[in-house]
Write a protein that binds this ligand. Structure first.
Ligand SMILES: [Zn+2]
Length: 308
């Protein structure tokens, strides 16, 4: 069976268990961003570890830490969090989130240089450590697919083609997902190696189905974030996708990248929301045990191991 790289080394697909495909555990958001929005200060090792423990107690086993280079990824702090909750597997990433977050140096640096930097994170280790990235990230802005968006997506494609690690993208409010898959494919990436984040920000069945028809994975990661619309909307699309035969292409996460989302920082719904509240609700709404197990266990395993 193909191996998956975690912060503590490789594990096999059957060791992954229940996966949360998109989270942020501990990172140092850029200074300018914090001045704009203090609610990105998710950087307290003890509080993050306490919250991660509640998720592990709810049955969580593997979590993908999606903080990218431009979002203030801090491998040392993530390591400290994991040391306090040693029974979970954490996959860390490389790459860039979206043009809006990127510093000037990303635009001033040659593309080949940026590719090299990401490959080093995957092949040798991140920021001088021996902890390696297991996923590549790219992303685009709200309803845009301009030269900046394309640069980040091309870097993701090249890094994937050279290393084989899967790509998880950022979509802004669930827009431009189809365009991302199409552009990655034209740069040599098989859609089945791509997962699009935040699609449930735009709970639109027609749009999700045409993305699913490419073979790409659909990331749902906004359960409980009512400010982005009630769970009823995402569940209606989710159920229609499952009924239409695309249940094996959905990954679940919660993308709780703000302290106001974490109980240990004084907010909510908390990192265990998907497992303790959202899944029971799906059951209550008639989603089968088999479909739930696909989304939590089998789909992420197939995505991360390329089906092996
Ligand atoms: Zn995120």
């Amino acid at each position: 069976m193909a191996k998956v790289m975690t912060i503590r080394g490789e594990v096999t697909g059957d060791e992954l268990g229940i996966v949360d495909y998109h989270e942020h555990l501990c990172f140092d958001a850029p200074g300018w961003l914090l001045r704009e929005d203090r609610d990105f200060r998710l950087n307290d090792v003890e509080k993050s570890a306490a919250e991660l423990r509640t998720w592990a107690q709810a049955g969580g086993k593997t979590l993908i830490e999606m903080s990218a280079i431009d979002f203030g990824r801090n491998i040392h702090k993530v390591k400290q969090v994991v040391e306090r909750v040693p029974d979970v597997h954490i996959i860390v990433i490389t790459g860039f989130n979206k043009p809006y977050f990127c510093d000037r140096w990303v635009w001033e640096t040659d593309e080949a240089e940026l590719v090299k930097r990401c490959i080093r994170d995957i092949a040798e280790g991140i920021d001088g450590t021996d902890m390696k990235a297991g996923v590549m990230k790219g992303g685009s802005g709200y309803n845009t697919f301009n030269a900046y968006d394309k640069k980040l997506m091309r870097i993701a494609a090249t890094v994937h083609n050279e290393t084989g690690v899967p790509i998880i993208t950022h979509t802004e409010a669930g827009t431009m997902g189809f365009e991302q898959v199409d552009y990655l494919a034209s740069n040599g990436v098989e859609p089945r190696r791509v997962c699009l984040s935040h699609l449930d920000r735009n709970p639109d069945f027609w749009e999700h189905r045409r993305i699913a028809e490419t073979g790409a994975y659909l990331g749902y990661d906004c359960p409980g974030k009512v400010k982005y619309g009630p769970d009823e909307l995402r569940n209606n699309v989710l159920k229609r996708l499952i009924d239409a035969g695309f249940g094996k292409q959905i990954l679940l996460g919660n993308d709780l990248g703000r302290p106001s989302y974490w109980r240990s920082y004084g907010g909510g719904p908390g990192l265990d929301f998907v497992l303790t509240k959202f899944i029971p609700r799906l059951r209550d709404e008639g989603v089968s045990e088999r479909a739930i197990e696909d989304m939590l266990v089998h789909n992420p395993c197939r995505f991360l191991t390329d089906g092996e």
